[in-house]
Design a protein around this ligand. Structure first.
Ligand SMILES: [Mg+2]
Length: 122
């Protein structure tokens, strides 16, 4: 079974709204093609580029050159997610654990009343 058939089989068998972070990360890695010796640089640039595409679509909406297309924006968010997942993999980090740590950090900041402040270590 080639990777496209494997992905389609996975999508058929899995309700994608219930995909876990680990399942997403594992599947994203299968489509990662880049020079290994420049992996971190490639992935960080890709993440920046894709988040820039989200920003660009929003900029065009502000200029009233286009209407908000949630599907298009969702696809760009998916591209950002792919780079997050594969960058985490390259660093040996679990995407689900990153998500968990982030939620814990934000809830702690909210509970301590410092959510709206600035600085990494609040
Ligand atoms: Mg994109």
């Amino acid at each position: 079974m080639n990777i496209e058939e494997e992905a389609k089989k996975f999508l058929r068998e899995k309700n994608m709204s219930n995909i876990t972070a680990t399942e997403y990360q594992d599947n994203a890695k299968k489509t990662a093609i880049f020079p290994k010796e420049k992996a971190l640089e490639y992935l960080a640039l890709g993440l920046s580029s894709e988040s820039g595409e989200v920003a660009g679509k929003m900029k065009k909406i502000i200029r009233a050159k286009s209407k908000l297309n949630k599907q298009d924006l969702g696809a760009e968010i998916g591209d950002v997610l792919w780079y997050c997942a594969v960058l985490a993999s390259e660093l040996g980090l679990n995407l689900g654990k990153i998500m968990e740590n982030n939620i814990e950090k934000l809830h702690s900041r909210k509970a301590r009343g410092v959510l709206g402040g600035s600085g990494d270590n609040r």
